[in-house]
Design a protein around this ligand. Structure first.
Ligand code: AHG
Ligand code: MN
Ligand code: MN
Ligand code: MN
Length: 325
């Protein structure tokens, strides 16, 4: 089976980017190990602190953040970091050529129940003019990413990665510590009969989203003329992994509860990397008013609505917006 290195070389990734990705993955392997130790290593449970977004931090949020931050800072390849668990940009090497954004632990609420969690990341070029503590260089659209992916800490530890030449999925071989290419160049089916949404938020959605989901739920007897199944992992990394493997549509849509939070998921380190992976696998990733990858961020923790997955189903969902106009 092909190793990560040879696939990255085949995809034309520059040497420094390959080295950076390998450094980041060394951190993820350490997280994978800590996660697998669970209660034995005392890593479960909450801390007394909150992150900048008002979420109580789990111990694993903090541990994973430290592992990735320290690993990337020491590498020298990175000029600055933005993370879900850091209020501000973290300055690294002033000579570093890359910017890395990450969600160190996605699906924190799943840590206590030994369910799916992961790390999501994106990598962009650091502009020459940038000072390492200047957040403005992070405010570039997702189309500027040079690589993005996630590591899923499930029954197997898996990596989904794109450098803009398709999306490849690798499995960590824990006997020698290497990621082996198990699912090359995956293609998401264009049609699906599976959807993912936290339906407990239904009353806060826009009328178009309410109408779309109502038609999915109506099944064979409704206007869609077929039955749909529903799945919700409560970790985006798990839901998107399922979509990449067998198709589907995932939505964390516009929510009218708080005008400062148009959706729940964060653009830089959740929506953008998943959008890049999905588009590279032939799927779509939209906000409801445009492509996720074209959103110009205004701040590093910005949230966006997400409608991601099988192409035809995403288009179908968006057509309800057009009908509502
Ligand atoms: P995080 O654990 O990094 O804060 O992210 C959680 C996100 C995302 O992974 C998931 O899809 C969603 O929140 C779950 O939200 P609900 O609490 O509405 O299920
Ligand atoms: Mn969180
Ligand atoms: Mn997350
Ligand atoms: Mn997180």
């Amino acid at each position: 089976m092909k190793r990560l290195n040879s696939q990255l070389q085949q995809d034309g990734a520059p040497l420094e980017l390959i080295l950076l990705i390998r450094t980041l993955l060394a951190g993820c392997k350490e997280i994978s190990f800590r996660v697998s130790q669970g209660a034995l290593a005392g890593v479960l449970g909450s801390t007394l602190s909150e992150n900048v977004q008002g979420e109580t931090q789990k111990k694993l949020d903090v541990i994973s953040n430290h592992i990735l931050k320290d690993t990337l800072r020491e590498s020298g390849y990175v000029k600055a970091i933005s993370s879900e668990e850091e209020d501000d940009v973290v300055p690294c090497n002033p000579e570093g050529n890359y910017l890395v954004s990450f969600d160190p632990l996605d699906g924190s609420s799943n840590t206590e129940i030994n369910s799916l969690i992961g790390t999501i990341f994106s990598i962009a070029h650091a502009p020459q003019w940038m000072k390492p503590d200047d957040p403005s260089a992070f405010l570039q659209p997702g189309t500027q990413m040079v690589a993005a992916g996630y590591v899923l800490y499930g029954p197997s530890t898996m990596l989904a990665l794109t450098t803009g030449r398709g999306t490849h999925i690798y499995t960590l071989d824990k006997t020698h510590g290497g990621f082996l290419l198990t699912h090359p160049n995956i293609q998401v089916p264009e049609q699906t009969s599976e959807f993912s949404i936290n339906a407990s938020n239904q009353r806060h959605w826009e009328p178009a989203m309410q109408a779309y989901v109502a038609d999915l739920l109506a099944g064979k007897e409704g206007p869609r003329g077929k039955d749909f199944n529903m799945r919700w992992v409560a970790a985006m990394v798990g839901d998107i992994h399922r979509l990449l493997c067998r198709g589907g549509i995932f939505m964390y849509p516009f929510d009218n509860r708080d005008p400062s939070k148009p959706g729940k998921l964060r653009l830089l380190y959740e929506a953008n990397p998943m959008a890049f992976l999905m588009e590279q696998a032939g799927g779509k990733a939209e906000t409801g008013t445009g492509r996720i990858l074209e959103v110009m961020p205004e701040e590093i923790h910005q949230r966006v609505p997400c409608i991601i997955g099988s192409k035809d189903e995403v288009d179908m969902c968006l057509s309800y917006n057009d009908n509502a106009k």
